[in-house]
Design a protein around this ligand. Structure first.
Ligand SMILES: Nc1nc2c(ncn2[C@@H]2O[C@H](COP(=O)(O)OP(=O)(O)O)[C@@H](O)[C@H]2O)c(=O)[nH]1
Ligand SMILES: Nc1ncnc2c1ncn2[C@@H]1O[C@H](COP(=O)(O)OP(=O)(O)O)[C@@H](O)[C@H]1O
Length: 208
C-alpha cells in the first residue's frame, strides 16, 4: 500500500489459523507492503526451528524468563499452545497506539480473543485452508515438523477452526495465495476507513 492511512488510534490486526494454513506467509506479505505495519514478535519457550532467528521470528526464552515476564506484566496476552508458552508483548500495542500504525499479531484463537477483550477495536481475521488434505500437505511440504508434531497439529486444527469461525470478525480462505492476500488487504483497507479511525482533525474541513 502506498500512503499510510491516517489511523486513529492505530489498528490491532490479529491473524489466526490452524497451523500450516498460511497465516505467517500472508502476514509477512502484508508487512512488506504496509509501511506503517509492525509484526508483533512473540516470546516463546519453544526451540527455534529451521531458519528461524532470534528477534525476527520469535524471542526464544526459557520457562523461568517467560514467567518473570508474566509477573512484570509484559504481555498483552499469553497462552500455552502445543505444550509451549507463547506471549504477545504489550509494547507492540503501545507502539501501534502511539504511532497510529498497524500491529500484526500472528497468534492463536485464545490469544486473539484475549486481545479483543482488552481492546474491542482489534480486528480478528481467521485464515482457513481449502481442505484438510491440503493443510496436511502444506505441513509436510514445509519440512519443519516431525510426523508426531504434524499429527498433533492436524488433531488440533478442527477445534481451532470451529472456535475461530465463530469468534472472529473475518474469514479468509487461503487456496490461491494471491486471491487470499488481496482479500486480506481489502479487510485492512476497509478497517482503515472505519468511522472513528480516520483522523478528521488533520483535514481542513472543520468537521469531526
Ligand atoms: N496466544 C498466542 N499464540 C501464539 C503466540 N505466538 C504464536 N502463537 C501461536 O502458537 C501456535 C504455534 O506457533 P508456532 O510454533 O510458530 O507454529 P506454527 O503454527 O507452525 O506457526 C500458532 O497457532 C501461533 O499462532 C502468542 O504470542 N500468543
Ligand atoms: N496459498 C497457498 N498455496 C500453497 N502453499 C501455501 C499457500 N500459502 C502458504 N503456503 C505454504 O504452506 C506452508 C505453511 O504456511 P505458513 O505460512 O508457514 O503457515 P502457518 O503460519 O499458518 O502455520 C508454507 O510452506 C507456505 O509456503
Amino acid at each position: 500500500m502506498s500512503e499510510p492511512t491516517i489511523l486513529q488510534p492505530g489498528l490491532l490486526l490479529v491473524l489466526s489459523a490452524p497451523s500450516g494454513a498460511g497465516k505467517t506467509t500472508l502476514a509477512r506479505q502484508l508487512l512488506k507492503e504496509t509501511p506503517q505495519a509492525h509484526f508483533s514478535i512473540s516470546v516463546t519457550t519453544r526451540r527455534p526451528r529451521g531458519k528461524e532467528q532470534e528477534g525476527v521470528d520469535y524471542h526464544f526464552v526459557d520457562v523461568a524468563t517467560f514467567q518473570s515476564k508474566i509477573e512484570r506484566g509484559e504481555f498483552v496476552e499469553w497462552a500455552e499452545v502445543h505444550g509451549h508458552f507463547y506471549g504477545s508483548p504489550q509494547s507492540t500495542v503501545d507502539m501501534a497506539r502511539a504511532q497510529r500504525g498497524v500491529a500484526i499479531f500472528d497468534i492463536d484463537v485464545q490469544g486473539g480473543q484475549a486481545i479483543k477483550r482488552k481492546h474491542p477495536d482489534a480486528v480478528l481475521i481467521f485464515v482457513l485452508p481449502p481442505s484438510m488434505e491440503e493443510l496436511e500437505r502444506r505441513l509436510r511440504d514445509r519440512q519443519t515438523d516431525s510426523d508426531e508434531t504434524i499429527r498433533r497439529r492436524m488433531l488440533a486444527a478442527r477445534s481451532e477452526m470451529e472456535r475461530g469461525i465463530s469468534a472472529y470478525d473475518y474469514v479468509v480462505v487461503n487456496d490461491d495465495f494471491e486471491r487470499a492476500y488481496s482479500e486480506l488487504r481489502a479487510v485492512v483497507v476497509a478497517e482503515g476507513c472505519r468511522r472513528g479511525r480516520v483522523d478528521l482533525s488533520r483535514l481542513k474541513l472543520g468537521v469531526g
